[in-house]
Design a protein around this ligand. Structure first.
Ligand SMILES: Cc1cc2nc3c(=O)[nH]c(=O)nc-3n(C[C@H](O)[C@H](O)[C@H](O)COP(=O)(O)OP(=O)(O)OC[C@H]3O[C@@H](n4cnc5c(N)ncnc54)[C@H](O)[C@@H]3O)c2cc1C
Length: 419
């Protein structure tokens, strides 16, 4: 069998794998990326948050992505009946990027992968990991190409960025159930023939259909818009009796007073995709000779668009820690990798949970708005969830809940007085 020798093998060429591989290569590490599919391929995760821009810039991928003129995302809008809450990233607490992109991931990921290849990184498409054997930290990975030909890749370290492929979690029995309630989604793209002019046409929006059910609207610069419905799995399954995804998505669109005119009856660009019980977790994010990054380790929920940001954050961090180790510096993976990532994931876990309890929605739609609270929550939504000078980061586990309870009790009191 053919043998190849590298310092680091990266599994998967999504955002996590590309950021990781690019940073390693820029620092003189011999890296190879294997990707099961042929790009462009369809994948969900189209609304980014500003924190990702730090990673694309640091990995040297920003310029090639910027040249694609993807739709700029300057903020996000949440709609609940007649109530509207708009977050503007330029009006957030603390430092950080004020904007990002909303992207068809097929084009976006392909741009990144081509840039990785252009830099001189060995990225092999249609090359699927079949097995991995560790001898201490060193590993031998067997990959199979589209013609069924197998070869061995010997590596000193593996960064598993295989997304839902979850190569090492499966092979090493690292999967563990997510602590979040089971939720599912159905999405497609439409040719946005009724798109209004100006900001109304391009703003990313989340329309709350019921407390736990929402519709996403992500307009792209190519004239298409991504539409998706998210909710408890039982609810999503009940949208169509015979699991007809077209019917299910149309039923969800019909529930939206705000969007029925724009999207009612529009043609879907492809058969809607259903993602059932999408949350994932792992027992451990690293081990001897490997680290898990992006969706291969943890995925929470799409509601605050944090998936790609965690994918690039963990991909970049794993690359940096490997570089440090290769320079002879001891790395404590438990604190420097897992501990760091779990702090950020913990903040977003609270926000996801409090979204579905309705507490966060209480804060979002409370009038009059408190500009200081809004700026601090906006920084969290932008992905700056390691900034502990922000009380909405530091005290995330009770601040949202307590403020929502206060607002609700004041409301109840006012209603009693009126009676
Ligand atoms: C319903 C839903 C909506 C979402 N919306 C958003 C959003 O709006 N914004 C956001 O930021 N995130 C969103 N996400 C999350 C987002 O999709 C992921 O977090 C993100 O794509 C993870 O990137 P990644 O690089 O880890 O994995 P991926 O982008 O999935 O890339 C993994 C790659 O690994 C390859 N691979 C798999 N198995 C193998 C193998 N055996 N050998 C070789 N290669 C392999 C795959 O082909 C794939 O190309 C959403 C997720 C869901 C479920």
């Amino acid at each position: 069998m053919l043998k190849e020798f590298v310092d680091v093998l990266v599994i998967g060429a999504g955002p996590s794998g590309c950021v990781s591989a690019s940073h390693l290569h820029n620092n003189g590490i011999k890296v190879k990326v294997v990707e099961k599919t042929k790009f462009p391929r369809i994948v969900v995760g189209e609304s980014l948050i500003p924190r990702v821009m730090d990673h694309f810039a640091e990995a040297g991928l920003f310029e090639s992505l910027d040249a694609m003129n993807f739709e700029k995302k300057l903020g996000a809008r949440f709609i609940r009946g007649n109530e509207i809450c708009v977050f503007d990233f330029s009006d957030k607490y603390g430092k950080g990027w004020d904007w990002t992109w909303q992207v068809p991931r097929a084009d976006f990921d392909n741009t990144m992968a081509q840039e990785v290849i252009r830099k001189g990184i060995d990225l092999e498409f249609e090359s699927e990991v079949i097995s991995v054997a560790f001898e201490g930290k060193n590993s031998i990975t067997v990959v199979k190409d589209k013609d069924g030909i197998e070869k061995e890749i010997h590596a000193k370290f593996i960064i598993d960025s295989s997304g839902y492929g979850r190569v090492l979690p499966r092979l090493l029995d690292l999967d563990t159930p997510s602590k979040l309630d089971p939720h599912s989604a159905i999405f497609t793209h439409v040719v946005d023939v009724n798109r209004p002019e100006g900001e109304e046409g391009t703003l990313i929006s989340f329309d709350i259909l019921e407390t736990e059910v929402w519709l996403w609207v992500i307009p792209f610069s190519n004239g298409n818009t991504s539409l998706g419905v998210v909710g408890p799995t039982d609810f999503i399954n009940a949208l169509s009796k015979d699991n007809n995804k077209v019917e299910a998505l149309n039923n969800a669109i019909n529930m939206s007073d705000y969007y029925i005119k724009r999207f009612g009856g529009v043609e879907f660009a492809f058969e809607p995709v259903k993602l059932e019980n999408y949350s994932r977790s792992v027992k451990s994010m690293y081990g001897d000779g490997f680290a898990l990054t992006g969706n291969s380790s943890e995925f929470l929920d799409p509601v605050f668009s944090s998936g790609v940001a965690f994918a690039t954050e963990s991909g970049m961090l794993a690359a940096k820690l490997f570089i440090k180790e290769s320079q002879g510096i001891t790395v404590n993976w438990e604190t420097e990798f897992t501990g760091y990532m779990r702090r950020g994931i913990g903040v977003f876990t609270t926000y996801v949970k409090e979204w579905y309890t309705g507490n966060l929605q209480t804060l979002f739609f409370h009038q009059p708005e408190n500009p200081d609270v809004k700026r601090k929550i906006c920084a969290v939504l932008a992905g700056y969830v390691w900034d502990e000078t922000n009380p909405f980061v530091k005290k995330h586990d009770n601040l949202v809940k307590n403020m929502a309870h206060l607002i609700n009790s004041e409301k109840e009191l006012a209603e009693k007085k009126l009676d």
